[in-house]
Design a protein around this ligand. Sequence first.
Ligand code: AMP
Ligand code: MN
Ligand code: MN
Ligand code: MN
Length: 284
Amino acid sequence: MPSILNADLHCHSVVSDGTLTPEALAERAAANGVELWALTDHDEIGGQHRAIAAARAHGMKYLTGAEISVTFAGETVHIVGLGFDPDDAGLRAGLLATRGGRGVRAQEMSEGLAKVGILGAYEGALRFVGNPELISRTHFARFLVESGVCKDTPEVFRKYLTEGKPGYVPHRWATLKDAVHWITEAGGIAVVAHPGRYNFTANEEHALFTEFQAHGGRAIEVVTGSHAPAEYVEYAEKAIEYGFAASRGSDFHSPDESHMDLGKLPWLPGTLTPVWELLEDRIQ
Ligand code: AMP
Ligand code: MN
Ligand code: MN
Ligand code: MN
């Protein structure tokens, strides 16, 4: 597998907070020239068998995927798993436990929004949910846009759904150690998703990378729809510094919301080890 490969190893379907089905995503990815694809729904692998079949139907190579929510140093960090066995019992149990708190959290978010006069947000968000176990802030954001409270989803996050705002509810997700172990024990590779998006100090980021590596994590996302171009350079350097392989993924959620489309990303710098080089035997 060459390093110049149209790999898109990060996106979301209706199984989590995307708006397209796994089949529609596969069709769009193939039309955009994706050669190696992974569907990485949040905390959920219920779409994997559909995605594998759809990738095959479009002649794309496929890696299994998931994006696990983790709490590290008081912040939410996302860990992408690639190339695991989707039937692995430990991984399935871990993801089920991670999803578990979302229902109550969503009710509390709704109560917070009600206090500032936004009523019925839980029921409103539910109308956008494809998987009842996976209600997320994104579904609330879509409801608040639909009801005219905000003009787009970034505005909703800024005003209502981030720390200190009325709809924000702190939540304890999986530990870094558990998430990396669930992935690696299921035969996969763990990847730090969009490292440029966390509000970490240099010391905290260093702690994240070294602990992640100590637990068995082997890659970070470098070229992602969640990074600004300057961050491609910054995290390419950090991949080399720490000895991480590099991943590439759009983080596509929706044709209406995502600024980076499936497969339409800059290439990974040729100086890096692409994560798919570590996963040759897991590609289907
Ligand atoms: P949750 O897992 O419920 O906390 O929701 C997290 C999801 O919200 C992320 O995966 C993104 O899809 C979305 N999200 C987070 N921050 C923002 C933002 N500032 N603007 C738009 N979407 C965001
Ligand atoms: Mn999301
Ligand atoms: Mn993420
Ligand atoms: Mn994502």
